[in-house]
Design a protein around this ligand. Structure first.
Ligand code: FMN
Length: 389
């Protein structure tokens, strides 16, 4: 019996990740801003929607495939950018990229990754997207765009929802730091999670932020690269920067973190190709609305001018069906595949994607829907109590 035989849902993978990772890392993945209210709200919002089934329809043939900008994907969801995955699991981003390629769905490499743009692009040709965290020096950001484009990446995601650091209570309590330092409590945490700790030691301790290393001082240690990354984080970003990156990027250009209708319209006017409606998985501010709750208004504001995508709280195929029915063209999951890869490596990442795919397929069959474009707002049945929330 393999260790994944008992894994039926994302919560099973979450438990595996919690068992394997030191608490400081598990809490960093699992938690959110404040006391996690935004994380809970994303889930509560999805739980409040129901979908109305239509029976007596021939659903013997179903297709989950969908096309974004002339690229065909096997399913209407992908892996959202998540920082530090290579610290949770050796080569973590490469494993996620491989799982995405094998599942035929996109993987968005985080701007705070351990793996490099070039390695990920090689691991998942045609499926790797790149998420930029701009540096304080434009030359660094523009060089990252050049590298991504040269590596054959077609889609750039600019994340806009980090103007200032978030206040995450679990991370504050745990003393989380990008440049992790060995303290007595971390040592104890590591010793009680030997699977992770042995791998950490075997590969030489703290891994470096691969994409930032070339810009740090020559010969900088992983800790110094992390400090360099932190010194460039939360660079001021304005609509002027969006115009600069739009001009500099030859491929499709996506803004991630948009929650406001006027911001969405403005993005469309500036030649942005797509939006990811997102509250960063509840990680930036605890009092933001659930992303699926603002999705219909954003869709209405931009119509078909932009590809509208969404993330936040996706843990099942039914969640994907709800998000698509609410008006999204595409959906991303962050924690679900991250729990998978952290807890069980490539097989765990693949299992997370299979859980979403199989659940969506089952939901479509039950709803009387044969293809993704059949998931439409008419299917949404929202309980009255939740509708006033
Ligand atoms: C541990 C962690 C790290 C993240 N790092 C990034 C990041 O580097 N860049 C980014 O744009 N979003 C980042 N996000 C946000 C995700 O891209 C995504 O918006 C969010 O995870 C979606 O919510 P979900 O986790 O409930 O699916 C991160 C999320 C988590 C959980």
């Amino acid at each position: 019996m393999s260790s994944l035989d008992h894994v039926v849902n994302i919560e099973d993978l979450r438990r595996m990740a919690r068992r394997r990772l030191p608490r400081v890392l598990f809490d960093y993945i699992d938690g959110g801003a404040g006391d996690d209210a935004g994380v809970r709200r994303n889930r509560l919002a999805l739980d409040a929607y129901c979908l109305r089934p239509r029976y007596l329809v021939d659903v013997s043939e179903r297709s989950l495939a969908t096309t974004l900008w002339q690229t065909r994907y096997a399913a209407p969801f992908g892996i959202a950018p998540v920082g530090l995955v290579g610290l949770f699991r050796s080569k973590g981003e490469l494993l996620l990229a491989q799982a995405a390629r094998e599942a035929g769905v996109p993987f968005v490499l985080s701007g705070a990754s351990i793996a490099t743009i070039e390695d990920v692009a090689r691991a998942a040709p045609g499926y790797a997207w790149y998420q930029l965290y701009p540096a304080r020096e434009a030359r660094i950001s523009l060089d990252m765009l050049r590298r991504a484009s040269q590596a054959g990446i077609d889609v750039l995601v600019l994340t806009v929802d980090l103007p200032v650091p978030a206040r995450r209570e679990r991370d504050i309590r745990n003393g989380f730091d990008f440049a992790i330092r060995m303290s007595p409590s971390l040592l104890l945490d590591g010793l009680s999670h030997p699977g992770w700790a042995l791998e950490y030691v075997a590969r030489g301790g703290l891994p470096a932020f691969g994409n930032w290393a070339p810009y740090a001082a020559a010969g900088a240690s992983a800790r110094e690269v992390a400090e360099f990354f932190v010194s460039h984080s939360y660079a001021t970003q304005t609509w002027g920067d969006v115009e600069v990156y739009r001009r500099a990027w030859p491929g499709k250009f996506v803004l991630k973190g948009i929650q406001d209708r006027d911001d969405a319209r403005r993005a469309a006017e500036l030649g942005v190709d797509g939006l990811i409606v997102s509250n960063h998985g509840g990680r930036q501010l605890d009092c933001l609305p659930a992303s699926v709750d603002v999705l219909p208004a954003i869709r209405a504001a931009v119509g078909d001018r932009l590809v509208v995508m969404v993330d936040g709280g996706i843990r099942s195929g039914s969640d994907v069906a709800i998000a698509l029915s609410l008006g999204a063209d595409f959906v991303f999951a962050g924690r679900a595949p991250t729990y998978g890869v952290a807890g069980a490596g490539l097989a765990g990442a693949a299992r997370a994607l299979a859980i979403l795919r199989d659940g969506l397929d089952a939901a479509m069959g039950q709803l009387g829907v044969r293809s993704i474009d059949g998931l439409r707002p008419e299917l949404i049945e929202r309980p009255r109590a939740a509708a006033t929330a």
